[in-house]
Design a protein around this ligand. Sequence first.
Ligand code: SAM
Length: 224
Amino acid sequence: MSIDWTRWHDGYADPDSLLNSRLAMVQGHLSDALTAAPPGPLSVVSLCAGQAHDVIGVLPGHPRQADVRAVLVELDPENARLAAERAAQAGLACVEVRQADAAIATGYADALPADVLMLCGIFGNVSETDIAGTIAAAPALCAPGCTVIWTRHRRPPDITPRLREWFADAGFDEHAFASPDAGGVLSVGVHRWPADAPSRSGTDGLSPRRLPTERLFAFAPQSA
Ligand SMILES: C[S@@+](CC[C@H](N)C(=O)[O-])C[C@H]1O[C@@H](n2cnc3c(N)ncnc32)[C@H](O)[C@@H]1O
């Protein structure tokens, strides 16, 4: 089954939808991560950004807006167009929507390492092997102290416990994990790359982390 990724966003039109409950949590975590970040420029990188309801819903009026440069990577041309249109309407010159394959990290190397890495709407659409591989590769995308915000449904078999272990195995600290809905169908997780971790640039004298050149993931034809 092939999914129409533009229509998929229709769920955001219903204020009572689970998708909107999830969005509110993601936005809250993004806002908190920006607020808590040390002073200075902040790179926000959103993979598979869709129409960017999360980032564009948070930045306008946020106290750290002037510090942010956001690169939103989205493959679907219509979603990328709509995200860029929404960013322009919100007056967000700091947001660049890049129509590109987010699975190829070298395509947005200029925005890395990220201070906030958004992995929302990905882990429910790719294989477990790809989830594990993306998480294992994530440290190379992260600046010290980076906040990673991710989502995953919890339909049986619920793999979120293993997913959280994969983050721990990669060296991340868990900051939050919760379901926005009473039934626990969806989940939002927040992990932090340690602030004293070696940076990718290696300028701190510790070993540099190389960006992966292989594909991080491929969307499988299944429901989101
Ligand atoms: C489930 S939606 C999530 C959108 C957004 N992150 C959100 O949570 O509202 C998944 C998005 O990933 C996009 N996508 C799929 N494969 C992609 C890839 N390889 N690179 C970039 N975007 C991709 C789809 O076009 C779709 O907009």
